[in-house]
Design a protein around this ligand. Structure first.
Ligand code: NDP
Length: 469
């Protein structure tokens, strides 16, 4: 378990339970200096031509690609991710920067026809953007905020989670190697309650992009309100996968472990409630068990490993406390017996209204739930404060779309266990968040619109203005 102190964090490898490094915390004074440098660097960064900013971001993407193995090893060591998954995360970071490297020249304002002249809009950068990242996907989530913010001409001050600062520090180093000007992308390490809160309140931080729990997100929103600061929030989820009788059951069963358990279930999009239509329930379970047996759990260094440990002892204890003895167990896998923070992959069959169905488990655990009708499952799936993600498995295209319209979530996949792509918007409804990251929407979220009216024939009398209104 990591022991935060006022001046450093002791990092523990989640797979072994052993300490491997101590990371100093930035003081508030240091952080103020970093923010001031970030604001100063923004003046010349936003003044660069769009093409030049894009070229520098493309170089950053290439530096990330060249450093893939190092970045993956850091994620494996600090977050416990299996090396194959950690490599895929490093690749995603590269892809996100490469995608947004093409954005500066394409993120355009508009021209709007109005009486008496022409109106044009500019998309302007906001300034120094504060990014507060979680520990579950430390590098990709940092990149989701950072890449569009930089592309749009903002600078970034990133505060990684206390448990996973190393990948972020490496990214800062790579940005500098790639030639990004000093101060454009900075990382401050330390506690969220101190430095995260400070970023959210600081008058010179123009926007906050926060990913983490709903409770902390609400605190960040309140802190940012002091200076009317815009906020993007990516918060928790309590997602469902819905398997209809007409689905390709083999495909649905094969994809279910990945949809629920990737990253040991520490995924805001994890489909931890799996609703299966009653006529095919038993058959689905028969297909699911071999898929669970095939999961490779254990040594993160083994490239075949799919499931690693949880992030910390405290988090493992939290997950264990949710899996109470009164819940029937459909499946429980094996984990290594060493001192790391392991929890066995577990499939439960809780009765309706069991408390585990109200919690975001954030561990390698999911529940199987039979249902009868479309209306019933819509009601049950929507009956949560969260609204992030979900899957629908059916061969009936009209039903797939009907369901997609009826579910109150931000990201849905039909006949797939995931909907996250860097080219498309990502974010949640209800308590799962505010605003969208990735895709073109991410650029709108880090810019503001300025409207300019150009008169074609000189100043207008006020009557003309009223006519326009
Ligand atoms: P937290 O909300 O505690 O932490 C997230 C980040 O916020 C960390 O960097 C943390 O710093 C920082 N932080 C903590 N307190 C404050 C504060 N008062 N002001 C500003 N920043 C603060 O979440 P967890 O670490 O527990 O992450 C897991 C949760 O995040 C899950 O509930 C999960 O669903 C959600 N999540 C949502 C995602 C989404 O995209 N919707 C993605 C990933 C996770 P420190 O580490 O130092 O405490």
């Amino acid at each position: 378990m990591t022991e935060p102190t006022s001046h450093e964090t002791i990092l523990i490898n989640p797979a072994t339970g052993h300490e491997f490094i101590r990371v100093p915390h930035r003081s508030i004074d240091d952080t103020n200096q970093v923010i001031a440098e970030s604001v100063r660097a923004g003046v010349s960064w936003r003044a660069l031509s769009a093409a030049e900013r894009g070229r520098l971001l493309a170089r950053f993407a290439r530096a990330i690609a060249a450093d893939r193995e190092h970045l993956a090893t850091l994620t494996m060591t600090e977050a416990g991710h299996p090396i194959t998954a950690a490599r895929a995360e490093a690749d995603q970071v590269r892809d996100v920067f490469a995608y947004f490297a093409g954005a500066p020249e394409r993120h355009l304002g508009t021209q709007i026809p109005v009486a008496g002249g022409t109106a044009i809009t500019f998309r302007e950068p906001l300034g120094a953007v504060g990014i507060i990242a979680p520990w579950n996907f430390p590098l990709p989530i940092a990149a989701w905020g950072t890449a569009p913010a930089l592309a749009a001409g903002n600078t970034v001050v990133l505060k990684p989670a206390e448990l996973t600062p190393l990948g972020a520090l490496r990214l800062e180093h790579l940005a500098s190697e790639a030639g990004l000007p000093d101060g454009v992308f900075r990382v401050v390490t330390g506690s969220g309650a101190v430095l995260g809160d400070h970023l959210a309140r600081h008058p010179d931080v123009a926007k906050i992009i926060f990913t983490g729990s709903t409770a902390t997100g609400a605190r960040v929103l309140a802190a940012a309100a002091e200076h009317i600061k815009p906020v993007t929030l990516e918060l928790g989820g309590h997602n469902a996968s819905i398997v209809f009788s007409d689905a390709n059951l083999a495909a649905a069963a094969a994809a279910t472990p990945s949809g629920a358990l990737d990253n040991a279930g520490q995924d805001c999009c994890a489909r931890s409630r799996v609703y299966v239509q009653r006529p095919v329930f038993e058959r689905f379970v028969d297909l699911l068990i071999p898929a669970m047996d095939a999961l490779r759990v254990g040594d993160p260094l083994d490239p075949r490993t799919q499931l690693g440990p949880l992030i910390s002892a405290a988090h493992r204890n939290r997950v264990a406390a949710l899996v109470t003895n009164d819940i029937p167990v459909v499946y429980r896998g094996q984990v290594p017996q060493d001192s790391g923070f392991w929890f066995p992959p577990t499939v439960l069959a809780p009765p309706p209204h069991h408390p585990i169905l109200d919690a975001e488990v954030f561990g390698p655990v999911f529940s199987l739930l039979p249902f009868d009708t479309e209306d019933e499952v819509i009601e049950r799936v929507n009956n949560t404060p969260y609204g992030l993600a979900g899957s629908i498995w059916t061969r009936d295209g009209a039903r797939g779309l009907r369901m997609a319209r009826a579910l109150h979530v931000g990201n849905l996949s039909i006949n797939s266990q995931t909907a996250v792509r860097y080219q498309t918007p990502f974010g949640g409804m209800k308590h799962s968040g505010l605003g969208r990251e990735l895709g073109p929407d991410a650029l709108d979220a880090v810019t503001e619109v300025k409207t300019v009216f150009i008169s074609h024939d000189g100043p207008h009398p006020s009557t003309q203005r009223n006519e326009e209104l």
